[in-house]
Design a protein around this ligand. Structure first.
Ligand code: 13P
Ligand code: SF4
Length: 301
C-alpha cells in the first residue's frame, strides 16, 4: 500500500475528514476532502459528519475548527505550524481601546489566537472583512492583528473610523514593488493580483485585490492570459490546474509560508494512526471565542 492508500484506509477506519488550505504542499490535495481559503474551510468545518477533522494548515485554523465543533476531535499534522501574525496583538491594548472609544467594535482577523478572538466582537477573513465591517452598527473599528488588511478594509468602508494595530504577515510584507515592476516589464500584458495582507505600495500597483479564493476566481473569469500573483506560492497549483492556457508569474523572491509547508503526507498518516496532536481549548476560552466566530458566519452569509 502506498502512503495515499494508507491515509484513505485510515480515514475510513477513524471516521476522519481532511481539510486543507490552498497554501499547503500540492501532494496534500490528493487526499484532502475540502480545499479552500480560510473562510471556506471555517464554513465547511461546521457541517461535517465525521468525528475527526485533520486540519492541514496552521494552528489558528485548527483552533477555529475546534471552537466551532467542540464535540469533535481536531488533529494537526504538525503542532508547530503556526501563523506569526496570529500573535501580533494583545488583550491589554484591546482593553485600553474599549476604554477610549464608546461604540467600539473589535474586529479580529481569523488569523489570530483563540485568546485574541475571546476579547473581540466579531471575526473576519480576507474574503468577508469588507462586508462584515460595513454591516456593523459601530462607527469605531479596532481591527486586529493585521494593519495591511485593516487599511484595505478602511479604504472600502470610508464611513467608518479605523484604529490600527501593528501586526502583519511576514510572508506578504516581504513582497517587493521593485520585483513586481520587473515582472511587469517582462510581461507587460499581465494583470497584478494581490492578497490584501500585502503592504499598501503593492496594493496600489495592483489590478485586483482579494482573498486567496478571490484571486483564483478573478484569474478564471478575466480575459487576460497572464498574471503576476502577489500572495503565497501555494495558489500556483490551483491557478494552473483551473487555467491550463493562462500563465502565472510570481516575484523573484517567491512568497512561501514555511509553516504551511510543514504539513506532509507522512505527518497526516501518523496523526491519523496515533491520534496525537489533538487541539484542546479550555471551556473558558471556547466560551469567549465561539461568539465572534459564529457572528462572522452569520454576518457573512
Ligand atoms: P485567506 O483568507 O485568503 O485564506 O488567507 C489566509 C492566509 O493565511 C493568508 O496569508
Ligand atoms: Fe500567517 Fe502569513 Fe502564513 Fe498566512 S501566509 S498563515 S498570514 S504567516
Amino acid at each position: 500500500m502506498n502512503i495515499t492508500e494508507e491515509i484513505q484506509e485510515l480515514k475510513k477506519e477513524k471516521n476522519a475528514v481532511i481539510l486543507a488550505h490552498y497554501y499547503v504542499n500540492p501532494e496534500i490535495r490528493k487526499i484532502a476532502d475540502y480545499i479552500g481559503d480560510s473562510y471556506y474551510l471555517s464554513k465547511a468545518a461546521v457541517d461535517l459528519e465525521e468525528q475527526t477533522i485533520v486540519f492541514c494548515g496552521v494552528s489558528f485554523m485548527g483552533e477555529s475548527a475546534k471552537i466551532l465543533n467542540p464535540g469533535k476531535t481536531v488533529l494537526m499534522p504538525d503542532v508547530t505550524a503556526d501563523c506569526a501574525m496570529a500573535h501580533m496583538a494583545d488583550a491589554e491594548t484591546i482593553r485600553r481601546m474599549r476604554e477610549k472609544y464608546d461604540d467600539l467594535a473589535v474586529v479580529c482577523y481569523i488569523n489570530s489566537t483563540a485568546e485574541l478572538k475571546r476579547h473581540s466582537d466579531v471575526c473576519v477573513t480576507s474574503s468577508n472583512a469588507v462586508k462584515i465591517v460595513k454591516a456593523l452598527p459601530n462607527q469605531n473599528i479596532f481591527f486586529i492583528p493585521d494593519r495591511n488588511l485593516a487599511h484595505f478594509v478602511a479604504e472600502q468602508a470610508p464611513e467608518k473610523h479605523f484604529v490600527y494595530n501593528e501586526g502583519y504577515c511576514p510572508v506578504h510584507e516581504k513582497i517587493q514593488v521593485q520585483e513586481i515592476l520587473k515582472e511587469k516589464e517582462l510581461h507587460p500584458q499581465a494583470e497584478v493580483l494581490t492578497h490584501p495582507e500585502c503592504p499598501q505600495a503593492v496594493r496600489e500597483i495592483s489590478d485586483y485585490i482579494g482573498s486567496t479564493s478571490g484571486i483564483i476566481d478573478y484569474a478564471g473569469k478575466s480575459e487576460c492570459m497572464e498574471f503576476i500573483i502577489c500572495t503565497e506560492n501555494g495558489v500556483r497549483f490551483e491557478l494552473e490546474n483551473q487555467n491550463p492556457k493562462k500563465k502565472f508569474y510570481f516575484t523573484a523572491t517567491e512568497p512561501v509560508c514555511h509553516d504551511m509547508k510543514k504539513v506532509t503526507l507522512e505527518k497526516i498518516r501518523d496523526v491519523l494512526k496515533s491520534g496525537e496532536n489533538e487541539i484542546r481549548i479550555t471551556d473558558e476560552i471556547r466560551a469567549g471565542s465561539v461568539r465572534p466566530l459564529e457572528k462572522m458566519l452569520e454576518l457573512a452569509r
